[in-house]
Design a protein around this ligand. Structure first.
Ligand SMILES: O=C(O)[C@@H](CO)OP(=O)(O)O
Length: 212
């Protein structure tokens, strides 16, 4: 039985373009973001993917990306489950600030720590560990059982909420995870074993990889 899980980070948003901390704010996709989402759909089509189930967050940029992918695959009527468990990491007081300005105010190291450390939360926001604690139980309860039934499943979400899932799927240490950047609109296809470990994965932004 084939058990397939596809993760896609949303296409470029208006706030990605403006270089602002976005978190739970709800900007739309830019034109480039729309193109990236359509291109993700084309690449998945070229891989012969047909989805049986789809999940996304409560935020517009992920929902639109998800719909553009499904449209491209001729699956616009596939039911999509939306849940805020898949929302982006909450950036707290940094939300809406320019990332370069933030570096000038607090220094390169501090901002890097807030953006990419595992357990240091930005002021008033979630650390990546907090995001894992929100996202992973939802994944295990709602998404993984669907994948294990042999349903090819699409999850369209955000840089850090997906990083939280990838950490478990690819068995990355917090350190390895911090170096794992996700590109907008680049699908990652996982082949999942019956015991829910990962047989292999293919990052359509890069080259094929095997689970170690
Ligand atoms: O602003 C955000 O919400 C995220 C994702 O775009 O940014 P970062 O890459 O800094 O975690």
């Amino acid at each position: 039985m084939q058990r397939r899980l596809v993760l896609v980070r949303h296409g470029q948003s208006e706030w990605n373009l403006k270089n602002l901390f976005t978190g739970w704010k709800d900007p739309d996709l830019t034109e480039r973001g729309v193109e990236e989402a359509i291109e993700a759909g084309r690449r998945l089509k070229a891989e012969g993917i047909v989805f049986d189930a789809a999940f996304t967050s409560k935020l517009k940029r992920a929902q639109r990306t998800n719909q553009l992918i499904l449209n491209e695959l001729g699956q616009r009527t596939l039911p999509v489950v939306e849940d805020e468990a898949l929302n982006e990491r909450d950036y707290g007081e940094l939300t809406g600030l320019n990332k370069d300005e933030a570096r000038k105010t607090w220094g390169e190291q501090k901002v890097l720590m807030w953006r990419r450390s595992y357990d240091v939360p930005p002021p008033g926001g979630e650390s990546l560990r907090d995001t894992v604690a929100r996202t992973l139980p939802y994944f295990v309860r709602e998404i993984l059982p669907v994948v294990l039934q042999g349903k090819t499943t699409l999850v369209t979400a955000h840089g850090n909420s997906l990083r939280a899932l990838i950490m478990t799927l690819e068995r990355l240490t917090p350190d390895e995870l911090l170096r794992r950047e996700l590109f907008t609109g680049a699908p990652i296809i996982y082949e999942v074993n019956a015991d829910s470990t990962i047989e292999s994965w293919k990052d359509l932004a890069g080259s094929p990889a095997a689970a170690s």
